[in-house]
Design a protein around this ligand. Structure first.
Ligand code: SF4
Length: 260
């Protein structure tokens, strides 16, 4: 089975290189091509000798998603449809605003949370995304941007509940913010959750990305009707977890409401 290199951290990529008979610096070069230069093919890795490129091609998975279509709406919002290696489909949405360009990415194929207002919830859960599949959405969208466009913000708010795929999401965020990875700022990454209380607490310990909570109701009866997760983690517990969530200076938690 091929190694999914975009999901490895820096040390693991070096170890992979050594295990394949290469010097550790080759691992660093490959990581740079994959996460910083946004390569999706070994042929792009121009400073690697041909035998190394052949080794990477034969032993590693470096392009886990296939772009199927892109739809652009009148306001410039772009919806990307991607196919995973096993055929499941996921979406990413690029949202242009006056002074920033936000990409909303998926963390699961389908979703088990069953929020009543959500089409993804109606489809049910298919599977968790691997870290590389989360990251590749950013890579493919960045590659599609035209010269004057610059991606400014990432929001984990697409298909799936990111905190239900906790380890993969944390690993993906690690490669997004690593200086030798995608080198994005924590401040520009927001994770939106339907309210998995224990994982909100873990998130505050493991990263400093922004937190957004999909609230949608101010009382338990209404929220439980709209969002079954509320039966397990009612509003009082959710708000307590938010109060305890560590907030660096001048950062705040966003509470989201859907208008039905
Ligand atoms: S958690 Fe998000 S993706 Fe899942 S059903 Fe609710 S709104 Fe939809």
């Amino acid at each position: 089975m091929k190694t999914d290199l975009k999901g490895l951290n820096a040390l693991e990529t070096e170890q992979w290189a050594v295990e394949h008979g290469l010097a550790p610096y080759r691992g660093r070069q490959i990581r740079h091509w994959l996460l910083n230069r946004l390569a999706v093919s070994c042929d792009e890795m121009q400073n690697l000798p041909k035998p190394v490129r052949t080794l990477v091609r034969e032993s590693a998975l470096i392009a886990p998603l296939e772009e199927i279509t892109t739809l652009t709406s009148e306001d410039g919002t772009r919806k990307y449809l991607f196919r995973l290696q096993d055929g499941h489909l996921i979406e990413s949405v690029l949202i242009p605003e006056r002074d920033h360009l936000t990409l909303c990415i998926s963390s699961q194929a389908g979703c088990a949370m069953g929020c009543r207002f959500c089409l993804t919830g109606k489809q049910g859960f298919k599977r968790d995304l691997a870290p590389s599949e989360i990251i590749e959405q950013i890579i493919l969208v960045k590659r599609s941007l035209v010269l004057r466009e610059r991606l400014t913000n990432i929001v984990l708010m697409g298909m799936g509940e990111p905190l239900a795929n906790y380890d993969a999401v944390i690993r993906a965020i690690g490669n997004m913010v690593a200086a030798d990875g995608m080198n994005l700022s924590h401040k520009k990454i927001t994770l939106s959750t339907c309210g998995l209380v224990p994982e909100i607490t873990r998130l505050g310990q493991d990263t400093t990305v922004n937190l957004a909570v999909s609230l949608n109701a101010a009382d338990d009866a209404t929220r439980s009707r709209l969002m079954p997760v509320n039966r397990k983690y009612p509003i009082r517990r959710l708000i307590q977890a938010c109060r305890e969530f560590p907030l660096p200076n001048r950062r705040m938690i966003t509470f989201e409401y859907i208008l039905i």
